[in-house]
Design a protein around this ligand. Structure first.
Ligand code: ATP
Ligand code: MG
Length: 415
């Protein structure tokens, strides 16, 4: 027996309605916020992620599914959704259209991580990308989209954490302060953070090791280092969120795992699903489009993990309507009945009804049992007598009552 690869999951037929529900809600929210869908390939040239995500990140250094294809090109399965969209934005000249460009996607994401609750090697993200606006209003809009999505699926009590990580100018000074602070604690930090100290000290603030977290608690705070423009941007975002009635906490430890962020970063965090509580992370990345070869274009967005979203929904009792069963089940009672049920099924399906008919050759008793199990609303018996008269016995499964009907009457009754 060949098993599923570690860290991946099947969505079985009995669960797929939950995914459909979430995807439907994504599209409803997208419509309300006037976003259009963008679809990009599941794999890209490795170079894109090296440049776009950043070669000091855990994702690029440790987590990518990279291989050479038969033509000898280095290919990587998407480890996040944004870099591919930035590439597509440039390659398709989307910047020539009236701006901003407001896009969303639903995509699988591949990361070679240690599988655990809420952490998979293939997961799925709903993401939003807003390109062409540099304002704090755009950041607020992006946060409102994420929040609307959470509300739409019945999640109310996630905390929103925001922060600013400044621009390359003010961050340089802050990085200096971090290097000095963490340098004095290097002995107590994990090996990954020791490596980060030189290359990307900001990431130490995001370390999940308890020891490192403690040290990070006392670290200098970026908000004290922001330049005037970045400070004002941050204040405008706070004001916009207040105007929109959005509760938030300014959390200087939110720095995000990808190199491309500038200024605003944010996360929606749940305490209902254990340690992997971040359901959605995003922010502003004004340098990204230029970084991957386009004209400088301000951008903001987020990625929301659908598996984690479903976990929060499950653990907080957010309801997902059960799929509705067949409108009608056609039960042939004789050989000829199969042909008649086939014709009837075609006609009823053409009219838009969900029709299940017996195709396994079971006894009447077994058919009824099955029809009840799959939640059929009505069962039509098609026996020799019925065929001759053109009048069928129709059982109403909700109350067990039966009556005789022509196909025309049945069609009416199903409406
Ligand atoms: P984390 O801090 O949990 O590792 P991240 O910062 O790496 O998350 P992002 O790259 O911002 O996450 O991805 C956006 C969202 O995708 C996350 O908030 C989370 O909901 C989801 N996600 C990320 N990695 C995984 C994973 N390995 N398995 C399941 N969901 C994930
Ligand atoms: Mg991660």
């Amino acid at each position: 027996m060949i098993n599923i690869p570690k860290g991946t999951k099947d969505v079985t037929p009995s669960e797929s309605y939950k995914w459909h529900y979430v995807e439907d809600k994504v599209r409803e929210v997208a419509e309300e916020f006037c976003l259009q869908e963008i679809r990009t390939p599941v794999f890209e040239h490795t170079e894109l992620f090296m440049r776009g995500v950043g070669d000091t990140t855990d994702i690029v250094n440790k987590e990518m599914y990279t291989f050479n294809d038969k033509g000898g090109r280095s290919i990587t399965l998407k480890p996040e959704g944004t870099a591919g969209v930035a590439r597509a934005f440039i390659e398709n000249g989307l910047g020539e259209n009236p701006q901003p460009t407001k896009m969303y996607y639903i995509t699988p994401v591949f990361r070679y991580e240690r599988p655990q609750a809420g952490r998979l090697r293939e997961h799925h993200q709903f993401g939003v990308e807003v390109y062409g606006s540099a304002t704090a209003q755009a950041d607020a809009e992006v946060i409102l989209i994420a929040r609307a999505m959470l509300h739409k699926v019945g999640i109310k009590d996630l905390s929103l954490n925001i922060n600013s990580i400044g621009c390359p100018e003010c961050r340089a000074e802050y990085n200096g302060a971090l290097k000095e602070y963490f340098g004095a604690h290097i002995e107590e930090m994990c090996s990954t953070c020791r490596e980060r100290l030189d290359k990307n000290p900001l990431r130490i603030l995001d370390c999940k090791e308890e020891g490192c977290k403690k040290i990070a608690d006392e670290a200098p705070v970026i908000l004290d280092y922001l330049c005037d423009e970045c400070r004002s941007h941050h204040e405008q975002l706070c004001k916009a969120l207040e105007t929109a009635g959005v509760k938030y906490t300014v959390n200087p430890h939110i720095v995000r795992g990808l190199d491309y962020y500038t200024r605003t970063v944010f996360e929606f965090i749940s305490n209902a699903i254990g340690a992997q509580g971040t359901v959605c992370g995003g922010g502003r990345y004004d340098g990204l489009v230029k970084q991957v070869g386009g004209k400088p274009t301000p951008a903001a967005g987020f990625g929301m993990g659908i598996e984690r979203l479903l976990m929060v929904m499950q653990n907080t009792g957010a309801e997902i309507p059960l799929p509705k069963g067949p409108d009608v089940y056609l039960a042939p009672l004789c050989e000829e009945g199969y042909g008649v049920s086939l014709g009837m099924a075609c006609r009823l399906r053409e009219k838009g009804f969900a029709v299940e008919r017996e195709i396994s050759g079971r006894s009447l008793k077994a058919q009824l049992k099955y029809a009840s199990k799959i939640g059929a609303r009505k069962v039509v018996f098609i026996g020799e007598d019925e065929i001759v008269k053109g009048i069928y016995t129709v059982k109403n499964m909700a109350d067990g009552t039966s009556c005789a009907m022509t196909e025309e009457e049945l069609t009416e009754a199903l409406k």
